[in-house]
Design a protein around this ligand. Sequence first.
Ligand SMILES: NC(=O)c1ccc[n+]([C@@H]2O[C@H](COP(=O)([O-])OP(=O)(O)OC[C@H]3O[C@@H](n4cnc5c(N)ncnc54)[C@H](O)[C@@H]3O)[C@@H](O)[C@H]2O)c1
Length: 278
Amino acid sequence: MGNKLQGKVALITGSGRGIGRELALMLAKDGAHIVVNDLDVAPANQTVADIIGMGGKAVACTGSVTDDDFADRFINTALDTFGGLDIIVNNAGYTWDNVIQKMGDDQWQAILDCHLTAPFRILRAAQPHIKRLFLEDKEKGITNFRKVVNISSTSGMNGNAGQINYATAKAGVVGMAKTMAKEWGRYNVNVNAVGFGLIKTRLTDADAEKAESTIDIQGNTIKVGVNSAVFESAKTMIPLGRPGTPEEAAGAIYMFCIPESNYVTGQILMCHGGGFGL
Ligand SMILES: NC(=O)c1ccc[n+]([C@@H]2O[C@H](COP(=O)([O-])OP(=O)(O)OC[C@H]3O[C@@H](n4cnc5c(N)ncnc54)[C@H](O)[C@@H]3O)[C@@H](O)[C@H]2O)c1
């Protein structure tokens, strides 16, 4: 275990699987205490158990980020369990694709609720505590930087056919990060975003052509996965010649969570192996 983030309290939505889980393990290895969230209880508890198993500290705050009481519950779990609030990563999410003429209001709204409204509510709920903690630090003569990272996508930056809901939400969290960087600079909070290209997780790993490539999100059966042709073309279209791993994706978020990035705010870092022929 390292000590770069010793005693820092990190809240990561959607950290039961994929990129969020890898980030939780990575920050915990550096000494951070983690509030793990996921819609699904078993994977969230697994991340907590794995962190505790390696000598770290973690607690689960399960449930959907879209629940009305979630933001307060999430922030209060961090404060009540670990007495702090240092790093917030808005990572939870999924895709629910369709072309515009086939996309219902429910499909549009569900993705906006998860990827855009939930991060807004979490940051709004955090604000009084971030201000209070900043003033307490100042009183003690301590300069302490806090970190927010929103997770975006190449879809948000460049658009993607079939993803008007997701691309709109993922563009929105970039605007949110840039705005909050301006509002919260006064509290020494770095607010940045990381946009991913093709990363091998549950969202993309399955073969989309297979009928069983679905996930259940709050009662909706949603098709996931990427056509095998897309993975094949990744070899030539992505300069690094392959999709990224969850560990590599978490590494890009990590860079915005450590003290070395204390003078970087309002930025978007693309983690996409050089792009997808864009
Ligand atoms: N994998 C990629 O290629 C890719 C590309 C661009 C952006 N992203 C973004 O990265 C983030 C992480 O995705 P991933 O690839 O690790 O996927 P993943 O499916 O492996 O992990 C996402 C986790 O979020 C959880 N989740 C989904 N909806 C939730 C909700 N309403 N409340 C709480 N938890 C919820 C899921 O249960 C899952 O465990 C997402 O925001 C995704 O949009 C991923």
